[in-house]
Design a protein around this ligand. Structure first.
Ligand SMILES: Cc1cc2nc3c(=O)[nH]c(=O)nc-3n(C[C@H](O)[C@H](O)[C@H](O)COP(=O)(O)OP(=O)(O)OC[C@H]3O[C@@H](n4cnc5c(N)ncnc54)[C@H](O)[C@@H]3O)c2cc1C
Length: 553
């Protein structure tokens, strides 16, 4: 990252203007930077986000907004907007294993259309299919509607200097060529996989590294499924006589936008050298006319940063974890980072966060990065078991049918795991967090597939429907919330919170099912919806408890 790193189309930077100060400077307007701006703005904390592109999404990556991210959207008040995105309500979300789109079907994992889904027992929300082409603008509109949030496109962070009391950054307006120096209390790099901020603070990535070089072909083909005689679905995995080699996803059914992903290239191809017609014919199983929209070759990685920041500089999203899209965890993990970091930055800037609060960001989120990267990598390697091919898979014979049935069952069991991730989405917990008070109970199993709700400190406070139709999650807001399942005297804790400027709401819950789920008469829930402490009575030293959970102990 330096002042000479411009493309020739970009005007040369001019001399810096006088500095102004913002509380938080966010670099990168991908979904994670936007989520952080949203979280900060929602908490009343000013921030400026700079994004070097114009914000247009030319090659959308993510499609699945998982259940936990939907819960965050619910808190922000934008869950309905995500649900109402243009993905049709009646389009089945089935995952289907095929020899080709027009070929044989080996197995089908049925997932009902959005319009027929009901919230499950574990969450008031469900995973939503909402391509980045719609999701990023929803986040962007919400973020820029918050007072104190400024989003600036075509603006690049050119360089920065971090000191003990703040960060000075040089920004380059790519349209005018003007440079500006800006002071920030904190800098957050949401600048993606090639994060220059990460490099500048000397943070290395560790892990298995590069796993491959998949290829994306985007095309428009209205009525493709009808033309192939295929029952609708959303994600088709192609396994032919040469093995499992591709997936085909409908991104925008109403407009016939599709993405074909060839799982592997030789690493030497370029978008220009790719024989896209041959790949398409192999995936569809017959010649078909399409309108080409774009080609990209990207790198599949399995890495996590050794640190999530340094001093007043923090990193979030792909800047600190890069994982295979198998399991749809990339952005969703990054949004978890943004929410965790967001409330902590707000607490410190608003004066009630303790000196150790920000350090807990790394302690809490890095283990989740490691967990999710490991799981996504495992899902990716499950594909490898089916790379070897056999010609009989395409035989119109009893033997061919038997082989397809056998393979289909194995594929749905092994590769299909990446679509059964309730535990991964909701079951992450902040073990050994310095700002949660362990209660000595053993951890529930961290099973990727099966979610086991728990109110054990560090866990996401579990969901239960209340008599008035709200979820317990709707009781949580910007501050801490003390859930009272009986009415012990909590005045000492309330007083301790007040004297430290910590916002603490007290909510009486008269609901036996919720009481059984939470297991204690008192449960203290953090501003991000995780349990900080639970017990049956207020501890003798209530002030020490408040200091612990606000990072001042
Ligand atoms: C095929 C595929 C499918 C996927 N599907 C899913 C899915 O279903 N669900 C899911 O959760 N995840 C999915 N992911 C992963 C997800 O897309 C990424 O994890 C996510 O986009 C990362 O967001 P980010 O904001 O951290 O980074 P990015 O989206 O990479 O954004 C970083 C931004 O920073 C900007 N920037 C960089 N440097 C500077 C600078 N110096 N100044 C200003 N701006 C700068 C860049 O222009 C860029 O816009 C998928 C990924 C792939 C490849």
């Amino acid at each position: 990252m330096d002042a000479t790193e411009n493309t020739s189309a970009v005007p040369r930077p001019t001399a810096p203007r006088a500095a102004r100060t913002v509380p938080v400077l966010i670099v990168g307007g991908g979904p994670v930077g936007l989520a952080l701006a949203a979280e900060l703005g929602w908490r009343g904390v000013g921030c400026e986000l700079v994004e070097q592109s114009d914000g247009a999404i030319t090659t959308p990556k993510m499609n699945e907004v998982n259940t936990r991210t939907m819960e965050f959207c619910r808190r922000w008040g934008i869950a309905d907007a995500v649900r109402q995105c243009p993905f049709p309500d009646d389009h089945p979300l089935d995952v289907v294993f095929v020899t080709s789109l027009a070929g044989y079907e080996l197995a089908r994992m049925r997932r009902p259309p959005r319009g027929q889904q009901h919230a499950g027992g574990d969450s008031p929300e469900r995973m939503q299919i909402c391509s980045q082409i719609w999701f990023d603008p929803i986040l962007r509109n919400f973020a820029q509607g918050q007072p104190g949030v400024t989003l600036r496109h075509r603006t690049r962070l050119q360089s920065f200097a971090a000191a003990a009391d703040g960060v000075t950054a040089e920004l380059h307006d790519l349209d005018s060529g003007r440079c500006e120096t800006i002071n920030a209390d904190y800098l957050v790099g949401c600048d993606g996989a090639t994060s220059a901020i990460r490099d500048a603070i000397g943070v290395a990535l560790t892990g298995q590294g590069t796993l491959g070089h998949p290829l994306h072909l985007f095309f428009r083909a209205p009525d493709l499924l009808e033309r192939c005689g295929r029952e609708p679905g959303v994600f088709f995995l192609a396994i032919d006589r040469h093995g499992l080699w591709a997936n085909i996803r409908v991104v925008d059914p109403a407009n016939g936008l599709w993405r074909l992903m060839a799982l592997e290239t030789d690493g030497k191809q370029t978008p220009e050298s790719v024989d896209r017609a041959a790949l398409l014919q192999r995936a569809i199983g017959r010649p078909i006319d399409v309108q080409w929209q774009g080609v990209s070759i990207w790198t599949r990685r399995s890495v996590v940063a050794e640190r999530y920041g340094q001093g007043r500089v923090f990193l979030a999203g792909d800047a600190v974890h890069q994982l295979s899209p198998t399991g749809a965890l990339g952005m969703n993990t990054g949004i978890g980072d943004a929410v965790d970091l967001g409330w902590k930055l707000a607490a410190v800037l608003q004066g009630w966060g303790g000196a150790r609060l920000l350090a807990s960001y790394d302690a809490e989120r890095r283990p989740i990065g490691l967990r999710n990267v490991a799981m996504a990598t495992e899902f990716h390697f499950a594909h490898g078991e089916f790379r070897g091919g056999t010609a009989a898979i395409e035989d119109d014979s009893d033997a061919g049918r038997a082989l397809r049935a056998r393979l289909g069952a194995s594929l749905a069991r092994d590769v299909g795991r990446m679509f059964r991730t309730a535990g991964l989405q909701l079951g992450y917990r902040y073990e050994a967090s310095p700002i949660c008070v362990a209660d000595g109970t053993p951890p529930t199993p961290d099973d990727p597939e099966a979610f086991v709700p728990s109110a054990r400190p560090g866990s996401r406070a579990p969901h239960a429907w209340l008599a008035d139709g709200r979820s317990t999650l709707d009781l949580f807001s910007r501050g801490f919330v003390l859930l009272r399942f009986a009415a012990p005297d909590t005045a000492a804790l309330e007083q301790a919170a007040r004297t430290r400027g910590v916002q603490l709401g007290v909510v009486d819950v008269d609901d036996p099912a919720a009481a059984a789920l939470y297991e204690r008469r008192l449960v203290l829930v953090r501003p991000d919806g995780h349990v900080a402490w639970r017990g049956d009575t207020i501890p003798v030293d209530a002030a020490a408890l408040i200091d612990r959970v606000r990072g001042a102990a």
